[in-house]
Design a protein around this ligand. Structure first.
Ligand SMILES: Cc1cc2nc3c(=O)[nH]c(=O)nc-3n(C[C@H](O)[C@H](O)[C@H](O)COP(=O)(O)OP(=O)(O)OC[C@H]3O[C@@H](n4cnc5c(N)ncnc54)[C@H](O)[C@@H]3O)c2cc1C
Length: 470
């Protein structure tokens, strides 16, 4: 009997789905770049059932892939195509365990959808600051396993910085449980950090305790036309100073990205009268009922306009206008898909070098393919730019993708490395960036990663073939 069948025989039938019509959506990655295979999808309802599953996998040494919302851009949550691994989805684990308003904390099952956790916090007059374009479908266990970034990092940090406690089922089925939402806890190694950003290779996160903040009472969202990309860092600095560090988002949009979007989604409108090469969506928030944030941002815009750093700008006058401005940023990935899909480069360099990186990378692409469409946008307040290349109209998409990946992508990654940056700002490694980690990983890092993996998962059962180059 195959080992995988022995595992399934050991499990209660109601945890196991073998219907391949159902399974097919789970084994195909979000960008449809990889189609895996599995005999069965396992859907536990609670931590004890996760333990039962992992124990059975450990007993028969069968690999298992954890999956949250399956929105990974690195094919990190799909099993391999040989069908030798099982898939565990956390989607049935979506109970809110506790919300403590005085402690500003929320504790929940790892399968909760991010937007549902945000709503729970909002209902309590609080806010969960983690926010990203996939928030309607990604799940909090996946967010922590990828150490997700998103649009509020400039103020609140990456997902890791919001974590107070974790509950994790380890590769032998035992439990690590430190879900206590304490702000201070120096009782030994802070081992929960190991599982954040591990992309499911060290254990299955089943419960999370997160920090909340007070819900903003004032939110100002502005859309600015920036004259010179070289002044992004100066504008951010001025915005932070004028607002007293109240900037929560500072997102860049290039003219090309905005135009791709406006041509793909005709119901959207350009918010300014004249086009510009560069735009920024800036958002400032405060929980203070006293501070006059509007005055601060108006003063900022006047100063930026006078010093000719921006040529135009608008401030959302209603919640609807705010939503409309954010769509101009958040719908860009969909617009790229509409135009034939993009070859993505998720780059970060220090903020002071970001403009130089973008300019050099644009020149580099032009030297190879003058016809390529450059969709450049991202979380520039964190030094993170999505430097994406879209095929020109009429090009054979498959041939274009191959040629960009072969000739241009390696040079972009090299440039980022030479400028002290990284090839993976927020999407992780998964199975598609193993070579890049091998090439550009920090000295000694892969060796240490292997030692940690061997110590926690000696038989390599958790998410095999991901994150750690062989
Ligand atoms: C439109 C769009 C916008 C996006 N924007 C951003 C962005 O701004 N910032 C950003 O960082 N990312 C972004 N992403 C990428 C993606 O949404 C994030 O990586 C997200 O955190 C993944 O969550 P998920 O639940 O979908 O995880 P999955 O894709 O299901 O899994 C991701 C990884 O985590 C592991 N995993 C999942 N759940 C668990 C668990 N409970 N325990 C252990 N391991 C687990 C998986 O094995 C896999 O390795 C975006 C994606 C899309 C499609």
């Amino acid at each position: 009997m195959r080992r995988i069948d022995s595992v399934l025989l050991d499990l209660p039938e109601d945890l196991v789905t073998k219907d391949q019509d159902i399974i097919s959506a789970y084994v195909t990655d979000f960008r449809r770049q990889y189609v895996g295979a599995t005999t069965a999808l396992l859907r536990p309802r609670n931590t004890a059932e996760v333990q039962t599953i992992i124990r059975a996998c450990a007993k028969h040494t069968v690999g298992i892939v954890p999956q949250g919302g399956n929105t990974s851009y690195c094919t990190a949550a799909t099993p391999s195509a040989d069908g030798q691994e099982l898939l565990i989805s956390l989607e049935r684990m979506n109970t809110l365990r506790e919300l403590d308003p005085q402690n500003l904390s929320i504790t929940a099952d790892a399968g909760m959808i991010l937007s549902e956790l945000q709503s729970a916090a909002d209902d309590a007059g609080l806010m969960l600051p983690l926010a990203l374009g996939s928030q309607q479908s990604c799940r909090i266990g996946g967010n922590l396993s990828t150490n997700a970034g998103g649009i509020n990092v400039v103020r609140y940090g990456m997902a890791r910085e919001l974590v107070l406690g974790l509950e994790v089922v380890l590769p032998d089925g035992s439990l690590f449980s430190e879900l206590n939402p304490l702000r201070k806890n120096n009782s030994g190694y802070d081992v929960k950090q190991l599982f954040i950003g591990a992309e499911g290779t060290l254990g299955v996160i089943t419960g999370v305790s997160l920090k909340l903040v007070r819900r903003p009472r004032q939110t100002i969202t502005a859309f600015l036309a920036v004259r010179d990309i070289g002044s992004l860092a100066v504008i951010l600095d001025a915005a932070q100073t004028k607002s007293g560090e109240a900037i929560t988002s500072f997102e860049y949009i290039s003219r090309a990205s905005l135009n791709l979007l406006l041509s793909a989604q005709s119901h959207l409108r350009h918010p300014l009268e004249q086009e510009s090469e560069h735009y920024v969506v800036l958002e400032a928030t405060t929980a203070s009922p006293v501070l006059n944030l509007e005055e601060c941002i108006n003063a900022l815009l006047a100063e930026l306009y006078e010093s000719e750093l921006i040529s135009d700008g608008t401030i959302a006058a209603s919640e609807q206008q705010r939503t409309d401005l954010w769509r101009l940023r958040e719908n860009i990935p969909e617009a790229e898909v509409y135009h034939g899909g993009s070859i993505k480069h998720d780059i970060a360099v220090r903020t002071s070098r970001l403009a130089a990186f973008i300019e050099a990378a644009c020149q580099l692409v032009r030297r190879h393919r003058n016809d390529a469409l450059l969709s450049v946008y991202g979380h520039v307040g964190d030094g993170n730019v999505h430097f994406n290349i879209v095929p020109p109209a009429g090009a054979d998409k498959r041939i274009f993708k191959c040629s960009v990946e072969h000739d241009i992508s390696p040079e972009i990654y090299k440039l980022a490395y030479e400028m002290g940056g990284t090839f993976s700002a927020e999407y992780g490694i998964g199975r598609i960036k193993l070579n890049l980690l091998q090439q550009y990983g920090a000295e000694g890092k892969i060796d240490l990663m292997k030692r940690i993996k061997t110590a926690i998962d000696p038989h390599g059962l958790l998410n095999p073939g991901k994150v750690i180059p062989q």
